[in-house]
Design a protein around this ligand. Sequence first.
Ligand SMILES: Nc1ncnc2c1ncn2[C@@H]1O[C@H](COP(=O)(O)OP(=O)(O)OP(=O)(O)O)[C@@H](O)[C@H]1O
Length: 253
Amino acid sequence: MIALEGVSKHFRDRAGREVHALGPVDLTIRTGEFVSLVGPSGCGKSTLLRLIAGLEPASAGTLNRYGNPLSSPSHEVGIIFQEHVLFPWASVLENVLLPADILSLPRESAQARAWQLLEMTGLKDFAHHRPQNLSGGMKQRAAFCRAMLADPRFLLLDEPFGALDALTREELSLELSRLWGALGRTAFMITHDIDEAILLGDRVLVMSPRPGRIEADIEVDLPRPRSIDTQSLPRFLEIKNQVRHLIFGHRKG
Ligand SMILES: Nc1ncnc2c1ncn2[C@@H]1O[C@H](COP(=O)(O)OP(=O)(O)OP(=O)(O)O)[C@@H](O)[C@H]1O
């Protein structure tokens, strides 16, 4: 579905010096897979996600989506960022329906889908509330509904639970795992949380420090559906240890 070959990204800093942020990266994401990416701060995770989203061009290499060169954002891709970016003056329902206006989706079917997603995420009774009346977890659920409104084939998640407290984070990641299973979409998520990466992923990619390269691609051969008990399985702990060593092995002392 997504194929990257030799992709790298350079930026210029304020002093005009070139910063090699990412790559070269080779990566294939197959249809229906949930791929998690972890790596140290500043290694280029968000940069990679922005390239896959088509929000920025690569400096070198090729990116293909469904066999076509990937160069611009598409309604086939839904994105969820750490900050929920809901409009405070609009209701939850209006926020969820926002892509319908931007993408000129037929109003009636968009409304039906919005209600279906609100129902799935337990937000139906809050459809006419303003975002400020919702908890952090509920706002992130609303952001999920909005990202899924146009029925994207591919979901990109940039630290989706990063701004939430630990309990809500755990609850929502299990919920996302359930929803992802029910909706059957392809997903790519970046996170700082190793547990979360394993709990949700079919594969966990580990990135090296900047310029980020994919250092390991670990298959998460744990049964689905995943639950709180998954985290205590010996295989889960084994994968977690492997990832921790790959990340912290770069640190001295
Ligand atoms: N627009 C930009 N201009 C200049 N440098 C940039 C730009 N965007 C990112 N960088 C640099 O590229 C490197 C990678 O940044 P990126 O945000 O992708 O890392 P990250 O792994 O997502 O970090 P974190 O985990 O802390 O969010 C960093 O050194 C960053 O300063």
